[in-house]
Design a protein around this ligand. Sequence first.
Ligand SMILES: NC(=S)c1ccno1
Length: 240
Amino acid sequence: MRIDVVTIFPGYLAPLREALLGRAIEAGLVELGVHDLRDWTHDVHQAVDDSPYGGGPGMVMRPQVWGEALDAVLGEEPARLVVPTPAGRPFTQATAQAWAAEERLVFACGRYEGIDQRVVDAYADRGPVDEVSIGDYVLVGGEVAVLVMVEAVVRLLPGVLGNPVSAQEDSFSDGLLEGPAYTRPVSWRGLDVPDVLRSGNHAAIARWRRDRALERTAARRPDLLDALPPDALDRADRAF
Ligand SMILES: NC(=S)c1ccno1
């Protein structure tokens, strides 16, 4: 997979070259390009924004600069263009799983009051464009959202996680939140690891873990239970 990010703060994306993601890049599982939007300005001030038509607070990012930048970065290769925005569709684990199958992702990081809408409209004729939000809150720019989304996607690529089963047992992978996890010591500050996890009875352990996942999901995200397909819960689940 190739990932390109266009931003006025390239340094914000430096964490993408650290740790797991950095190792994935070094292993050739991912190619990463980070581009400074100001490289496509032509004025001495390198202006990337202007006042909003219709008035209102703040500034809007100029379509001309974004158009030159995205034409250059996208080139002729197919790619999914992603624009992080609080006004976007929710970015979920399902989104990450779908994007993990893409050959190329290009992220456009807006700042200020956002990017002139015509940029999204113009590129929608060229290929898939997703305006997505990582949560119902407003950030200063799209860069932090890109860090979140790139990590969620890249960890799903074959060869990135040491144990591919981990991704299969993630929270949300089966529509439920993950249950609690424990490791040594067996007793810590008077708190003990549940006996079933030390029983060696794999069926009982699987049932216990499923029950804890159902319990946690019902308590914290009942909306996820409501969204499960009818056949997702078996008789034992329903008994829980
Ligand atoms: N919630 C998201 S993705 C966002 C982007 C910019 N501000 O908020």
